[in-house]
Write a protein that binds this ligand. Structure first.
Ligand code: URA
Length: 234
């Protein structure tokens, strides 16, 4: 891959901008200054303006989404999840795997592998998502049965979901689909308003308890392997 193409994909600027950087001598590959934008990069550490560049083109991230961010690539008026991620992830085309509402917190996966993302959210794959919810009124065993049977909503019947009551107004819910406002709509159909919603896991991947809201990390090899398996790709 040409060095200028690599740096541009990594978010260092447009092709013209990175060509200028390279010609200025601001880019080192394996410790040597490279002044030719067409240099064929085949590996080795890259430094740009004395800072090491992360040259990975394939990225798979878990983000602890805080409340208040939109799950979108960009928005003219509101901050998105990319406002807490390095710019390189956006220029690499890293995309969220499904969406969380603006006020929902917890695990959001992002990947540069579009096929993986699409397969993980495909309804027929029935990948389990686990949420914890706080609602405004006491939950009952009748709710547990209702969720288990599959709640009728105005435009579709939700697939059977597992509801485990953790305290009178707090529950863990496992769903295998991800329609717009799905969990909130299910609670609403059962007569409860959702006051807080937090995603604990997506398929085989659990939110890393050591992350704080707004923090992220790369997926570990075993997490990624399990995700590809859940997507039926490996
Ligand atoms: N269900 C919802 O209602 N909201 C979310 O953010 C995720 C699932």
């Amino acid at each position: 891959m040409r060095l200028d193409a690599l740096l541009s994909r990594l978010g260092f600027g447009s092709r013209t901008e990175v060509q200028k950087l390279i010609r200025q001598g601001a880019v080192l590959v394996s410790g040597e200054t490279v002044r030719s934008p067409s240099f064929a990069y085949s590996g080795g550490p890259v430094m740009v303006r004395n800072c090491p560049a992360d040259t990975r083109l394939e990225r798979h991230i878990m983000l602890y989404k805080p409340a208040g961010l939109l799950t979108a690539a960009e928005d003219p008026a509101q901050p998105t999840v990319f406002s807490v991620l390095p710019g390189a992830l956006r220029s690499l085309g890293c995309m969220p795997v499904g969406r969380l509402d603006k006020d929902t917190t917890g695990l959001l996966l992002l990947t540069t592998d579009g096929t993986l993302a699409h397969r993980l959210i495909a309804p027929q794959r029935e990948v389990e998502k686990v949420y914890e919810a706080v609602v405004d009124t006491d939950l009952t065993e009748a709710d547990v049965r209702l969720f288990r049977e599959g709640i009728r909503l105005s435009d579709f019947t939700a697939r059977p979901a597992e509801l485990v009551i953790l305290s009178p107004r707090q529950a863990r819910i496992t769903v295998t689909e991800g329609k717009y406002h799905q969990v909130k709509r299910m609670f609403s159909a059962a007569g409860h308003q959702t006051l807080a919603l937090h995603r604990r896991s997506f398929g085989p991947v659990r939110l890393d308890e050591t992350l704080s809201p707004g923090q992220f990390r790369e997926l570990r090899e075993e997490e990624l392997a399990a995700l590809y398996h859940a997507a039926g790709m490996r």
